[in-house]
Ligand binder design. Structure first.
Ligand code: ADP
Length: 493
């Protein structure tokens, strides 16, 4: 039985009871009073019950119809996306149903608005997630270390460089105290001081040294690096300190370069001053008439000429090296036959070697020894290595020039071995540096200390080859160079 009908029946029973009560009261009416009480009760109560039931049954049916239509209406409004459906309720129930459908409509409209808000928030959420990832990617790609700490000194953001420089794992350190991960107490103090000053307008710049550990698996000890540390205090919406942003910019390389430049300038000026001083001294002696006879004068002129040539070589080498280092050398790439270069260099050094009774032996493989390269530059390499061998080999020694091709590496292997002084072990690592000369050999032969550095640049920077040395002190040295037969890569612009 439906709810409306049951309610109607209950009401009908209540009304019947009321009828019974009324029938007692009806004893006041004479013809009613004449009836026996049960008959009176039955008559009045029954009559009332029947009337009420007759009235209430349609009402119950109307309630049932209205409830069932409201249910359908609710289902329809719940599923409809656009305009809500029209509600057709029973006329009797119209005030209730109108209030109800009004409330439902409001509820649905609110639901739709909330759904729209939710969708918008989801979109914003996705956009900010993408932006967060982009910012993270930028932060992690930065070579500078970026570290953000909050007002309590906990790490909030740390990029990969920060982890590498300060020696911690950024993913582990997030939301943990800085001191727990960074052992450099002065660095931590800098961040605390910046937070305490609460100066939002200015950034602090401090130079700070950090012992940076070698990468994992690398047995080398840590290296002290120099950083420009930028510290900025960040504020929250209440103008209180929200945290500190710290950026570490590595200045080590810049410092090294500026040190190298000043070393170069002081070494270059020293090397230039030596031949210049010698020329000036001879000129003064000539002016003062100290060279009395023609032979002495000729001797002075020769020395001056030698020194002027040395000065010229020094300047040429310096210019060539700095042009290669600056990447502004235009090299003429052509087919260069090493056999021809070696023959030219042997011709040029033969008189000097003969003077010192040094035998020049060539061992050239019977194969094609040509490479793609700059003929003049490669000739300088061959000549320099051969002339060093002659210079640093005592009289009566032997210099062997060999060349072969290595099919595995597709290179021409060129080497110059001598039976000369050899190289002290502590000098081996410095031979190819600018202006480096073995102290004890300065008396043995004149030089600029730039020849091997230029050779290294020509072989490695310009021809993508390799140069090296093997030596035993007192036994002799072997300088070698590997030059790729085919040039691969871009030419120095
Ligand atoms: P330099 O003009 O002084 O020869 P290089 O750059 O060619 O300049 O050589 C650097 C230094 O390396 C030389 O001063 C010399 O001390 C050492 N050296 C080079 N070649 C030899 C060699 N064959 N035997 C011994 N020492 C050598």
């Amino acid at each position: 039985m439906r709810a409306g009908k049951s309610a109607s029946l209950i009401l009908a029973l209540i009304v019947s009871a009321v009828g019974v009560a009324v029938s007692f009261a009806a004893t006041a009416v004479p013809w009613m009073a004449s009836l026996a009480p049960p008959a009176r009760f039955l008559l009045v109560g029954g009559a009332l019950g029947l009337v009420t039931t007759a009235l209430l049954l349609p009402l119950g049916a109307a309630i049932d119809r209205t409830v069932s239509r409201l249910r359908s209406y609710l289902e329809a409004t719940g599923s409809s996306e656009g305009k809500p459906p029209v509600f057709y309720g029973s006329r009797w129930m119209r005030p209730i149903s109108t209030a109800f459908t009004g409330a439902v409509d409001q509820f649905r409209a609110r639901e739709r608005a909330l759904n729209n808000d939710l969708r918008e928030m989801e979109i914003r959420c996705r956009v900010s997630e993408v932006e967060r990832r982009q910012t993270e990617a930028v932060l992690h790609a930065l070579r500078d270390a970026v570290l953000v700490t909050n007002a309590f000194g906990d790490i909030v953001v740390a990029n990969e460089s920060a982890g590498l420089i300060l020696g911690f794992d950024p993913t582990e350190a997030i939301h943990r105290p800085l001191e727990e991960f960074v052992k450099d107490s002065r660095f931590c103090q800098l961040i605390r001081d910046t937070s305490e000053t609460a100066n939002f307008a200015e950034r602090r710049h401090i130079e700070h040294e950090i012992e940076v550990a070698a990468p994992e698996g690398d047995a080398a000890p840590g290296k002290t690096r120099f950083f420009d540390v930028t510290l900025a205090c960040i504020e929250n919406h209440k103008h209180e300190v929200a945290g500190v942003v710290t950026i570490l910019h590595d200045l080590t390389r810049v410092r090294e370069i500026s040190q190298m430049k000043s070393d170069f300038v002081s070494k270059a000026s020293h090397e230039l001053r030596t031949p210049l001083a010698s020329i000036r001294a001879y000129v003064e002696m000539l002016v003062d008439g100290e060279a009395g006879d023609e032979d002495s004068r000729q001797e002075f002129y020769r020395t001056m000429q030698d020194e002027a040539e040395r000065l010229g070589r020094l300047i040429d080498n310096m210019l060539n090296i700095s042009r290669i280092e600056a990447g502004i050398v235009q090299i003429e790439r052509e087919n260069v036959d090493f056999k021809l270069l070696i023959a030219r260099a042997v011709d040029s050094l033969e008189p000097h070697a003969r003077e010192k009774k040094i035998s020049l032996i060539t061992k050239l493989a019977d194969v094609d020894l040509s490479v793609e390269g700059d003929s003049d530059m490669l000739y300088q390499v061959v000549l320099n290595l051969m002339s060093n061998a002659v210079k640093y080999t005592p009289d009566g020694g032997r210099v062997t020039i060999a060349a072969d091709s290595d099919n595995l590496t597709r290179c021409v292997v060129f080497s110059v071995s001598d039976t000369g002084l050899g190289i002290p072990p502590d000098a081996m690592g410095h031979l190819f540096e600018k202006f480096y000369r073995v102290e004890n050999y300065k008396r043995v032969a004149k030089g600029t200390g730039l020849g091997l550095n230029l050779c290294k640049h020509i072989v490695e920077t310009l021809h993508h080859g390799q140069i090296g040395v093997e030596s035993e002190l007192g036994m002799g040295s072997k300088f070698w160079a590997l030059i790729p037969m085919r040039y691969a890569g871009s030419q120095a612009a």
